[in-house]
Structure formats: C-alpha cells, structure tokens
Design a protein around this ligand. Structure first.
Ligand SMILES: Cc1ncc(COP(=O)(O)O)c(C=O)c1O
Length: 364
C-alpha cells in the first residue's frame, strides 16, 4: 500500500519537473543553461525580502534587510529546500525509489530532506550523529529529530565510527533491495544542491531592482558551504558583480571553509559551463570570529542576537546557525568593521525548530 502511494507521488512529481529552457521568452545564454537543469517545485518562490526597520533603528543604520528563506512550504522551510528542488529532481530522474542523507541529530537539512522526500514519494533514510554529547536527551526529544520521526524517516544512528560507514551500509542494503538509492551529501552541499542558491542569487537581483536597493553585503550562516558558494555563483552568473557575499562560519576557521567554497564553486562552474576562475578567490569572504566553541554549541552573543531580533522584529532566528551569523553582523556594525555598508541583507536560512531542544539557553 505504502509502495503504491509512493509510486503515485513519484509519478506526479516527475510530471512537474521543470526545465524551462524551451520557454518562448527570450533569454540570455546563461539563463537558458541554468534553466535547463531539472528542478522539482517544493515551495513557492520568491521568498520575501523585507527591511528590518526596527533593527535598523536600534543599530543606528545602515538599512538592514532580511531575506526570508526560513518561510517555505516544506515542513518549516529553510535553505535546504532550494537545494532539494534540484537534488530531488535528479534523484527522481535517476529512477531512485529511496533517498539517503546525513547530519546531526537536529539537522535542519535532514528534516527538509525527509519532508521533500515524503512529498515526492521517495523512501528516506537518514544517518544521524550527535555533535553535542552532553545534550543527547534534549537533541533526541524534540525539534527536528521529532519531526523526522513524524514524517516517516528511517533513522540510523551513527556512533563512534562516524556517519560514513553507516551511510555506506545503508546504501548497500538499499541497492541490494533494488531501491536504487540516491545519496545526498551532508547539507546537500555539492554542485547540484548549490544550484538552489544560484537560483536565489537570480531572485535577489530581481528583488533588489524592484525595491530600488543596491546592497554592499549579503550575510549567510555557513556550515557545509553550499549556500554561500551557490549564492556567490548565482549573483555573479546573473550579472551582479559588486555585492559581497559574506559566509558567517558556524563551525570552522576560514582556512577550512574557503577551500570547500572554492571546490563547490568549481563544480558549479562545470555544471554552468563557465571557467573555474569565473568567480575569483579574492571574491570569497569568510568571517570566522563568531562561531564560538564548535558546531552545535550556541554562543552568548548569538543567543543575545536571537533575542534582539525576536524582540525588535518578531522574527525567530535559530540557536546553531543564524544567531551566530547575526551576532557577527551586529558586532561588525557596532565596531564599524564593514567597508561602506549599504542596504545590508541578512539571509535567514531557517532552523527555528532547533530552538526547542536548546530551550535551556533561553531560561532565565
Ligand atoms: C539554518 C541553517 N542555516 C545555515 C546553514 C548552512 O548552510 P550550508 O550548509 O549550505 O553552509 C544550515 C545548514 O544546515 C542551516 O540549517
């Protein structure tokens, strides 16, 4: 019965895979190339772009905008939804009946993958590890982990051996069962996933034009780097040559993240048919002063930033990613560290479901 239902959903999703290259609207070569990459619609786009007037006033300017990628139609939304529009299209076209991915116990990427897979009729297996051992009970008690369970994920827990061997075993078992599993790397941070943020880059250029703004910087919380790499590629590929994409690290030094961003940019360049130096190394900006102890450990400044945006704007950031990113933006503004800041944009990449397991950080 379940198999039948999934088959019906897969067939329906396959029928909606869009490749708009054949549209009669005149397009640049770049747009045509990009639009020929198959994509399955998982949410309504564009997401909104709004000025945070109260935060702007509190900071004493410049204007600060927020791009609401936290508001999307896969369970609770977030940045992975855009990546999955491309990754799941590829999965469906490969004939997969199951999808496999991995992350931390509270991974937002995993929750969105589980939601997207349910929607398009793919069985979903997730391999989870615990980045914060002292919070095992909390991380398994609510938030994303609970949502994964509710949406029918097959959960495989990885211990000291790490996720890699478990992923290999699950892939082998699903292959043996004839399910042709499609593997999505952590964070969907590969070339195909990054296309979701190439798309966001194009969308932002359009919105900036409509709103008559010309941002000097856009900030994005960065872990596995596909969002920052895709966004940078998308802005440059669709004609914006000036807005600085600032990757706000949530977990590692700039020395570690820059090569990763470079690698995804190179793979994305191959996919889009541009040379590897289309985006230059000196166009990659990583800010690594705000991630604190490690991935999954909130910082005091991040929690303060989360509260500040909540109280000023009624918008919830998350404790693991966007709060750290926003704490950096606030600090750099206060210390006057940004060169000629104008119409700053903060990309809200989602993650608020993780507020629940981290509730202790918000108790007086
Ligand atoms: C809420 C949120 N923000 C930012 C990121 C970082 O995105 P990326 O892994 O593409 O760097 C993630 C990734 O899991 C996330 O869940």
């Amino acid at each position: 019965m379940k198999q039948n239902r999934r088959e019906i959903l897969r067939t329906a999703a396959m029928a909606t895979i869009a490749s708009s290259a054949l549209s009669s609207v005149a397009k640049s070569q770049s747009a045509e190339k990009f639009d020929s990459i198959p994509r399955v619609k998982l949410t309504s786009l564009p997401t909104s772009l709004n000025k945070m007037a109260n935060l702007t006033t509190l900071m004493g300017g410049p204007d600060i905008y927020i791009k609401r990628d936290d508001v999307m139609e896969l369970a609770h939304g977030g940045n992975k939804t855009r990546k999955l529009e491309f990754a799941l299209a590829e999965a469906l076209m490969s004939g997969a009946k199951a999808v496999v991915t991995q992350g931390g116990l509270q991974s937002n990427h995993v929750r969105q993958t589980v939601s997207g897979a349910a929607k398009v009729g793919l069985e979903v297996h997730v391999i989870l590890s615990n980045p914060v051992p002292e919070m095992e009970a909390e991380l398994k008690g609510s938030g994303n982990y609970l949502m994964d369970q509710i949406m029918g994920a097959h959960i495989h827990l990885a211990g000291a051996e790490g996720r890699g061997p478990v992923v290999e075993k699950v892939l082998a078992d699903l292959t043996a069962a004839g399910k042709k599993p499609y593997n999505i790397p952590a964070g969907a941070s590969n070339a195909i996933g990054s296309m979701g943020y190439v798309n966001a880059g194009r969308e932002l250029i359009e919105q900036w034009k409509e709103q008559g703004i010309s941002p000097s910087h856009i900030f994005t919380a960065t872990g596995s780097c596909g969002t920052a790499a895709g966004l940078l590629m998308g802005l440059r590929y669709f004609g914006n040559k000036t807005t600085k994409v600032v990757a706000m690290s949530v977990s590692a030094s700039a020395d570690r993240l820059k090569p990763r961003i470079r690698q995804i940019l190179n793979e994305a360049s191959d996919m889009l048919g541009v040379s590897h130096d289309f985006v230059k190394d000196d166009d990659i900006h990583v800010e690594d002063g705000y991630y604190g102890k490690a991935y999954g450990y909130p910082t005091d400044a991040g929690i303060a930033a989360l509260r500040m945006v909540g109280e000023a704007e009624g918008i919830l950031l998350d404790p693991v990613y966007t709060s750290k990113g926003m704490s950096g933006v606030i600090d750099m503004l206060r210390k006057d560290k940004l060169v000629n800041p104008r119409d700053l944009v903060f990309l809200h990449t989602g993650g608020a479901p993780a507020i629940h397991p981290y509730a202790n950080y918000f108790k007086a």
